[in-house]
Structure formats: structure tokens, C-alpha cells
Ligand binder design. Sequence first.
Ligand SMILES: NC(=O)c1ccc[n+]([C@@H]2O[C@H](COP(=O)([O-])OP(=O)(O)OC[C@H]3O[C@@H](n4cnc5c(N)ncnc54)[C@H](O)[C@@H]3O)[C@@H](O)[C@H]2O)c1
Length: 202
Amino acid sequence: MSKKLQDKVALVSGSGRGIGREIALKLASEGARVVINDLDADPAQQTVAEIIAAGGQAVACIGSVTEAGFADRFVKTALDTYGGLDIIVNNAGYTWDNVVQKMSDEQWEAMLAVHLTAPFRILRAASAFIREASRREADEDRVVHRKVVNISSTSGVYGNAGQANYAAAKAGINGLTKAMAKEWGRYKVNVNSVAFGLIKPA
Ligand SMILES: NC(=O)c1ccc[n+]([C@@H]2O[C@H](COP(=O)([O-])OP(=O)(O)OC[C@H]3O[C@@H](n4cnc5c(N)ncnc54)[C@H](O)[C@@H]3O)[C@@H](O)[C@H]2O)c1
């Protein structure tokens, strides 16, 4: 029996550890071929190895999502390795907390870069393929749905003391999500964000 995500291709940023890793393992267990990314090579390669050992398919694309040129390299890895792109999970990130009077410009900019600018660049890098694939599929009378899941936080919805930078970036991704949902609805891409609270590591 074919699996729910058989032959779909997914990008999951920050999937060497934590929530991203769990998302990647779940997508792979449902049949998706997954491009694993992490800042750190070892955990990324471990996630890849775990997926392959379980009979799935995965490849690593190492590097920071904030690096210039990363987004194009991430999308290109999916297209070159698997010939398509169906699911994008913008998950990579971390926190760098402080009360506002002690928050440096660097701290502020770092959170916007990883939680907001990087997802924007990844979606922009994917847009040429998505628009072209959607037009081709329409010409062939085929309906193919694609998915974007942006990881937000309760901090971005309600705010959180000590997290002006993180809360602003996570609120920003909710705005990016709403704009992209309207922009990409015509291409049959569902764009959502998930804003959860504290998740304890397993
Ligand atoms: N854990 C929580 O309670 C919680 C709650 C709400 C939202 N979130 C969000 O969920 C996402 C994942 O968090 P987590 O708890 O799994 O964190 P984690 O630290 O367990 O895992 C995050 C992974 O992302 C990687 N990463 C960090 N910066 C990166 C970069 N610039 N480029 C590529 N990879 C990078 C890390 O190396 C790490 O492997 C984040 O966006 C976080 O803000 C987490």
C-alpha cells in the first residue's frame, strides 16, 4: 500500500535535532524524501542515517539558513536529488533572550535573520519551481497540492518578557505566512504557521 506522502519531496530546516528532526523522521516514515539541514553537520548526518536505516530516503544540506546563497542551495538540493519539491518546513532557530534595555542590535538582528529573513529567502528561492510546476500540472489537468509549514511560537502571538527579538520575529513569520497563503493559493500551496508553547525534549 502506498504511503500518505509517497514520493513527495520535503525540505526541513534545522532538522539535525529537536522538533525539526522529529518532523523529518515523521515525514520520511510517511514516504517523503527529505532534505535535512542543520548548522551542524554531525546531527544532520545522523538524521539522514536514521531515515535511511528505516528504509526511507534523505540527503543532507549543511549550513546556516542565514548564509547568503543558502536558500538557493537548499532548494537546488531537492530539485537536483529528487526532481521536485512539495513540502517546506521552516523550523531552524534558537533563542537569544534579554530584557530590552540589555538587548544589543546584534541580538535583535540575529533573531530576525534566522526566524524571519531565512524563511522568506527559502520561499522566494522555491517560487520559480512552484509557479512553473503548478502551471505545468494545470496544463496536464492534474491537481497537486503543496505545503509550507512555518514554525512560529506562542511568544509571537502573545509576546513574552525577555524575548522582544524572538517575539517580533515569530510574529513576523505569521504575517509572512498570511501573505504567502494569499499569494500562493492560486498555485495550490497551503501555507500555514504553527505557534506552539514550550516543548520538552524527548
Ligand atoms: N522547543 C520549544 O519549546 C519551542 C516552542 C515554540 C517554538 N519553537 C521553535 O521550534 C523550532 C525548533 O526548536 P527546537 O526546540 O527543536 O530547537 P533545537 O535547538 O532542539 O533544534 C533546532 C535545530 O536547529 C539548528 N539551527 C539553529 N540555527 C540554525 C541555523 N541558523 N541554520 C540551520 N540550523 C540551525 C540547531 O543546530 C538545532 O539542531 C524553532 O524555530 C523554535 O523557535 C520551539
